[in-house]
Write a protein that binds this ligand. Structure first.
Ligand SMILES: [Zn+2]
Length: 380
């Protein structure tokens, strides 16, 4: 394989990994780069352009890893994201509630309170009380709270009973050697299991007893494997997980929450508002390039300096929408101009059309008849 083929293969593997794990693509690319010893993807591609090439063995190891992660994605998602069950309504000591399942957790909601009972049996139930009800919430009554959590636990138990019915018996009942089978991934039975998240070593009884959630970090069953194949020979060996003592009751975590959306304006948010206004101010394809090229700098008081690129934003053009946004936000806006090489030759071409596609066509035509278009370098 050429360098380029290797890179393409790695990119493809990262895409599959991203899809299977629900991670953004750039995270998956960085993840692949990390596994090959680079801080991030751009560092990897930079090295490929210079002298380094991933060996076929390295590419193969990434491939094996991604295949293991993705080979069971369909089956997995059924278990993790099982369809939303119907809502059950009831009352706890005269206080009405609604009970439902969300992503495997049980959710119980009343007037100004809710209880989340996580699918992971060793995680504490979370009780959230709306700030307006903090003083007089029924959840302040410990007996009532315990009763409500009991109801949520009953639902969890019946949901799990249904799920365990689909699992191989060996997933919940270790044999004499503590060997268990993964509930839905096709893998060997084993008496030792490893968590992809925290690298913990977990015994067969521990993992079965915790319904295949890591007893250390709570990671879900798709993260549990019979060998820590992701650890290189020089990485730290997994250590036995620190599990909670048997039969220990888990205290609920009660917190007062204010669920109203809260605005704490950030530099990033201001930048996006100003940028959106610049696009509104732009009246043709060229000025929209100017809106996209403009540098927006926000200081600690959220005052803004906008630097316009001279080729794409006419010097005399007032960004009225941006000025208005600044006025609404009550911040200062300062405008300046900078010069750089235009992105493309004949930057004025974009002033005669509204359409980005039309502009692209004209720009390419201009290069074809009055300039040179280089063949695409595949390594870029
Ligand atoms: Zn873990």
């Amino acid at each position: 394989m050429t360098n380029n083929d290797q890179l393409k293969t790695l990119k493809l593997l990262a895409k599959r990994y991203a899809r299977a794990t629900g991670k953004p693509q750039h995270v998956a690319l960085d993840f692949v780069a990390n596994r090959l010893g680079f801080p991030h993807w751009n560092a990897l591609t930079g090295s490929v352009k210079a002298e380094w090439t991933p060996s076929e063995a390295q590419t193969a190891s990434i491939k094996a890893f991604v295949e293991r992660i993705t080979s069971y994605e369909d089956r997995t998602f059924d278990h993790i994201f099982g369809g939303p069950d119907a809502i059950t309504r009831g009352e706890v000591r005269g206080h009405p509630y609604e009970l439902k399942i969300m992503l495997g957790d049980v959710l119980m909601e009343g007037d100004g309170w809710r209880i989340v009972l996580p699918e992971n049996p060793s995680a504490a139930p979370r009780v959230e009380i709306h700030i307006n009800h903090a003083q007089n919430s029924p959840m302040n009554d410990r007996v009532l709270l315990a009763e409500a959590i009991g109801t949520a636990k009953d639902l969890m138990q019946s949901v799990k009973a249904r799920r365990f019915a689909d699992w191989p018996r060996r997933a919940t009942k270790p044999d004499a050697e503590e060997k268990v089978r993964h509930p839905f991934l096709q893998m060997e039975e084993s008496s030792r299991w490893y968590c992809l998240h925290c690298n913990a070593e977990i015994t067969g009884s521990q993992i079965a007893g915790n319904h295949w959630h890591c007893p250390g970090c709570g990671a879900s069953p798709i993260n549990i494997f019979p060998e820590a194949f992701w650890l290189g020979p020089n990485e730290e060996k997994p250590v036995p997980v620190q599990a909670r003592a048997e039969g220990q009751e888990i205290e609920p975590i009660v917190s007062v929450v204010d669920p109203r959306p809260k605005l704490d304006l950030s530099k990033d948010q201001v930048t996006h508002l100003i940028r959106a206004a610049l696009f509104e101010d732009a009246i043709n394809a060229s000025e929209r390039m100017g809106a996209s090229l403009a540098e927006i700098w926000v200081d600690d008081d959220l005052d803004v300096v906008v630097s316009f690129e001279d080729h794409y934003w006419p010097e005399e053009k007032e960004p009225t929408a941006a000025i208005e946004v600044a006025a609404v936000l009550g911040i200062e806006i300062e405008l300046e101009v900078f010069w750089s090489d235009p992105l493309f030759g004949w930057p004025g071409l974009g002033t005669v059309t509204q359409s980005a596609a039309e502009y692209t066509r004209m720009m390419l035509d201009a290069y074809r008849s009055h300039g040179i278009i280089e063949e695409r370098d595949e390594n870029r």
